[in-house]
Write a protein that binds this ligand. Structure first.
Ligand SMILES: [Zn+2]
Length: 234
């Protein structure tokens, strides 16, 4: 019986070692997932920037056309001012110039602002494209590295699993399945008595039970957390 308890302790430490390898695998996968997530975000941003750039270019073309029309009209009105033959005509031309001058000025400002926006968006797009090209390269490298790391971890896990199966085969079948069922829910399937209670869940253990556990006479499971009690001295 004591020998079986020793086997169980060894099994538990192999199980924890396998869990550590499993955690490392998750960490490796997380690295790749994070990089992919960043790339997707930048890709989305790049697409938004590109479509905004197209919109602004269209808007700029329209504003430039309008600016050309209005400044032609302004030039014409100014020229005609020199050729007026009546007071009435002069007033009409003056009014035209008065209205057209601020209109042309505001269109010029508008065109200038749009050109600046195009410049900064183009810069942002170039940066995005460079980032995506560079990070694609590192993603490939890291993915390869991670693949190797994961295959090492899987090898270690399968070695541990083989050793565990060998140890399990020396235990009664009902105990094997019981321990495996506990492991489905908990990382640790074994417990000991500490200050007259289960060290994991704190359920109190009476004298008789403690005596049975200490003498390693039988398999005793904690009725609260379900773990198997091992004598403290083992
Ligand atoms: Zn317990």
């Amino acid at each position: 019986m004591k020998e079986q308890f020793r086997l169980l302790r060894e099994l538990q430490s192999l199980k924890l070692a396998a869990d550590e390898h499993q955690k490392l695998i998750l960490g490796h996968q997380g690295r790749v997932a994070l990089l992919e997530k960043n790339r997707h975000q930048r890709q989305d941003q790049l697409q938004q920037d590109q479509s905004q750039l197209e919109q602004i270019k269209t808007e700029l073309a329209q504003k430039e056309q309008l600016l050309n029309q209005q400044s032609d009209r302004l030039t014409r009105s100014k020229k005609q001012m020199n050729l007026v033959t009546s007071e009435h005509e002069l007033k009409t031309r003056e009014h035209e110039v008065e209205v057209l001058t601020p209109l042309v000025e505001s269109l010029e400002t508008n065109v200038f602002e749009l050109m600046e926006k195009i410049e900064s968006l183009t810069e942002q797009i170039n940066e995005g494209e460079n980032y995506l090209a560079g990070s694609l390269h590192s993603l490939k490298e890291i993915s390869q590295e991670v693949e190797q790391d994961i295959s090492k971890e899987n090898q270690a896990i399968s070695n541990l699993a083989q050793r565990m199966e060998a140890l399990f085969s020396e235990l009664p079948e009902n105990i094997q399945s019981k321990i495996k069922r506990i492991w489905d829910k908990k990382a640790v399937a074994l417990t000991t008595v500490e200050k007259n209670a289960c060290r994991y869940c704190g359920l109190s253990v009476n004298r008789t039970e403690l005596d049975e556990i200490d003498r390693a006479l039988t398999y005793k499971f904690c009725s609260s957390c379900g773990r198997l009690f091992l004598p403290a001295y083992l």
